[in-house]
Design a protein around this ligand. Structure first.
Ligand SMILES: Cc1cc2nc3c(=O)[nH]c(=O)nc-3n(C[C@H](O)[C@H](O)[C@H](O)COP(=O)(O)OP(=O)(O)OC[C@H]3O[C@@H](n4cnc5c(N)ncnc54)[C@H](O)[C@@H]3O)c2cc1C
Length: 297
């Protein structure tokens, strides 16, 4: 196995162009497990750790450009205000050691339906910045990124440079079911983001379908119910029937399997429970902020 160690982004792209089968390695928390268990024996490993810019982030007016290798620990420490959903999801990943190494670029590279970043990225709205030496850079909307079980939209000669995630304009939540509280791959997970600026909600479901998915019918239902009831303006408590219907539609968006971590039926049920809870939590916090600002006015 040859080990390629580019010192810059341009060198990394050139190496990937020359050796399209080279496997990039960032934190190595997925790649090394596969190599150690002999599930994968690549001819070339492409070490991205000398490409400093992949570890950096930049908060713009509307979005954060997150370098592909920024580890979860940094997201939790520095981007809690801008990306609360992703910061909460990062908290649930593995252990401090893994959170110091692993990052969103690796999660996207693996594209496991159980990856914790995905529901948060779907709910917030994100774009993956991918680049190849031959065709330059392109932005892939997160909705188009996941193409199958552990498959993504990257071409063989492409690398992920960064992820652009919309800054939160309202409350966000992330909820995960596992067999214990830490060091656990999701049985299923749910991300929810309220977007008061556009008066919309977005969801993300993990580990309950072949790919991470949004519950689009549930979003449409809730958007219409909040609009019709004037909820964004009057800040009223969401009625139990609306919350129930939203939860049922989120369950219906799942297409899960039975496996060692849980049954399909349990996953559908749990996603509904998490949908209802995260809706309650985010809406309460939206109402709290809204009422506080009204009181102060
Ligand atoms: C003990 C343990 C517990 C874990 N628990 C969780 C958990 O709770 N939740 C969770 O989501 N994950 C978990 N994981 C999986 C892993 O930590 C995450 O998927 C992590 O985000 C991977 O990031 P990384 O930088 O280590 O990726 P790497 O292992 O370096 O790479 C992962 C994949 O992405 C590709 N890749 C990396 N960077 C790029 C790039 N810039 N461009 C293109 N492709 C790239 C690699 O080629 C590879 O296919 C766990 C892993 C371990 C070992």
């Amino acid at each position: 196995m040859d080990f390629l160690r580019p010192a810059s982004w341009e060198e990394a792209l050139a190496a990937k162009a020359e050796h399209p089968t080279a496997v990039p390695i960032a934190g190595g928390t997925d790649v090394m497990v596969e190599i150690n268990f002999d599930h994968r024996r690549p001819e070339y490993l492409l070490d991205l750790n000398r490409v400093g810019e992949l570890h950096e982030w930049e908060a713009g007016e509307d979005s954060v450009r997150l370098g592909a290798s920024v580890p979860y620990a940094k997201i939790m420490e520095h981007l809690r205000a801008e990306l609360p959903g992703l910061a909460l999801a990062s908290h649930t990943v593995a252990s401090p050691q893994i959170r110091n190494r692993g990052g969103v670029g690796g999660n996207l590279g693996t594209a496991s339906p159980a990856g914790d970043a995905h529901p948060a990225l779907l709910a917030a709205g994100a774009e993956v910045e991918a680049e190849s030496a031959a065709r330059g850079a392109r932005r892939i909307p997160i909705d188009d990124f996941y193409t199958g079980v552990k498959r993504n939209a990257l071409a063989p000669d492409e690398l992920i440079r960064a992820v652009h995630v919309k800054k939160a304009d309202g409350p966000q939540q992330y909820s995960k079911v596992g067999t214990r509280n830490a060091m656990v791959i999701a049985v299923c997970a749910f991300g929810l983001a309220l977007h008061p600026e556009t008066r919309t909600v977005r969801t993300g479901i993990g580990s309950a379908a072949p790919t991470p998915v949004r519950a689009r019918a549930a979003e449409e239902f809730l958007n219409a119910a909040l609009q019709e009831g004037g909820f964004w303006d009057n800040g009223k408590v969401i009625t139990p029937s609306v919350a129930k219907q939203f939860a049922q539609l989120c369950s219906a968006a799942c297409n899960p399997i039975d496996d060692v971590r849980g049954t399909a039926g349990y996953r559908r049920h749990a996603v509904g429970v998490m949908a209802r809870r995260t809706l309650t939590w985010t809406w309460e916090s939206y109402r709290g902020a809204r009422n506080a600002s009204k009181g102060a006015a």
